[in-house]
Design a protein around this ligand. Structure first.
Ligand SMILES: [Zn+2]
Length: 426
């Protein structure tokens, strides 16, 4: 079935720093969709005649590609806004106790459903997601994503050095990972990621096995954390005295590859940045989490100097919102803290096509180009009285920036998955 949407369309398919023409904007555009895929896009005046016979719905707001959250933990949904600690103590006090509850599939089902609905409410249609160490936590998430037809990548957490009730073994970690890959490969819009929690939570043997799993399955990603917090970095240096730096601790086990997604990268050496670039691995930048846990500010200047591949993540529950608009606004503020200016179009690219490329789904989603899946959000730059006043006479860049600084879930009027409305603001 063919149908079309008319409205203001905006996307940024490539990093506008490298490709100044990457910003694509149709003030009065037409998006034509067949079986969930974009088959035509352009100015309404140019396309209207050719598609005169198909049903057209007008969308109320600024249409952007569905947001892609490049790093988020669904089992931490209920521990968002937990007071008082930096990373390692926050994990022990707030997060590990909450994650133990995911041994119960029924609990995982309830949280997974709430989590995915919350993503849709925020205009997010794809994500790279941490579950827990429990195999059933992945099943719960994938089943709920399949129901909602969302593009979700995840994989059982490997942590044989985790706390009691939250650890696997090298053998069970491998067996469950292989079972999950077999069970879910090719289903819906799902993808798998080998997911060691972080260097401190796995033995050398398990890290080496994670590298082996990654090498054995060329269609999966690797997802973990890197150089988030100074105390964490010190503990990694003590545990791996022979490693050149934190990244090298992963590299020794075959975990630094083009399919590797590292969250954070706040405290990176020049050597590590060179190696990230050379390997093709990328970073999910998580500014709201970094501020909340007092971890620091991502160094966009250093990353750009080394041409690192970047995406944007909320990192809930250390992140303080599921909104990628709000997170993009904090990315601007984190960049400015290091005297870098993050352009609002580049921030939109990070939250959409940048994250898509990082997750190796850039051919499918992220830019609303012809041939891509029709996942998009309809943003309302006048969502609040203040936003309405601030954007009244604003040009496109100003409206987009106001959405990022003042906007959040309130500014998402509708979310579409494969061309169908999946959420609408009441
Ligand atoms: Zn995280």
């Amino acid at each position: 079935m063919i149908h079309a949407y008319r409205g203001e369309l905006l996307s940024v398919a490539q990093d506008p720093r490298d490709a100044p023409g990457a910003v694509r904007h149709e003030a009065d555009g037409l998006l034509v969709i067949e079986d969930g895929v974009v088959i035509a896009r352009g100015a309404y005046a140019d396309l209207a005649k050719r598609y005169a016979d198909i049903p057209v719905e007008t969308l109320p707001g600024l249409v952007v590609p569905g947001f892609i959250d490049a790093h988020v933990h669904y089992p931490q949904t209920d521990r968002i806004a937990s007071h008082g600690e930096q990373l390692l103590d926050w994990l022990d006090r707030h997060i590990f106790p909450a994650e133990k509850a995911f041994v119960d599939k029924a609990h995982a089902d309830v949280v997974a459903a709430f989590f995915l609905d919350e993503l849709l409410r925020n205009g997010t249609t794809s994500a790279l997601v941490f579950p827990t160490v429990h195999e059933q936590s992945v099943d719960a998430l994938f089943e709920a994503a399949l129901e909602r037809r969302m593009r979700i990548v995840s994989g059982k957490v490997l942590m044989d050095m985790g706390p009691e009730g939250l650890k696997d073994t090298v053998a069970s970690g491998r067996a469950e990972t292989e079972a999950l890959i077999r069970r879910w490969r090719g289903r819906g819009r799902l993808g798998y990621a080998v997911t060691p929690r972080f260097a401190l939570a796995s033995s050398d043997t398990q890290l080496a096995d994670a590298g082996a799993l990654l090498a054995e399955h060329p269609d999966v990603l690797m997802h973990t954390h890197l150089a988030e917090n100074v105390h964490e970095c010190a503990a990694v240096a003590a545990r791996f005295p022979e490693a050149a730096d934190y990244l090298d601790a992963y590299d020794r086990f075959g975990l630094v590859t083009p399919r590797s997604v590292f969250a954070h990268g706040i405290h990176l050496s020049e050597r590590a940045c060179s190696r990230l670039h050379e390997s093709g691995a990328g970073i999910a930048v998580c500014p709201s989490s970094n501020l909340f846990l007092g971890s620091g500010f991502f160094n966009f200047g250093q990353a750009d100097k080394h041409k690192l591949r970047l995406g944007l993540g909320t990192d809930v529950g250390a992140g303080t919102s599921f909104s990628m608009l709000y997170t993009a606004g904090l990315a601007y503020q984190a960049a400015l803290a290091r005297e870098e200016r993050l352009d609002p179009f580049r921030a939109l690219w990070l939250a959409t096509a940048g994250s898509a490329a990082l997750l190796h789904i850039g051919d499918k989603v992220g830019a609303l180009e012809v041939g891509q899946e029709a996942d998009f959000a309809v943003l309302d730059p006048a969502a609040t009285p203040l936003m309405a006043r601030r954007t009244r006479e604003a040009d496109l860049a100003e409206r987009l920036f106001a959405l990022q600084i003042l906007g959040d879930d309130r500014a998402v009027a509708r979310t579409y998955v494969l061309g169908q409305c999946a959420w609408q603001r009441p």
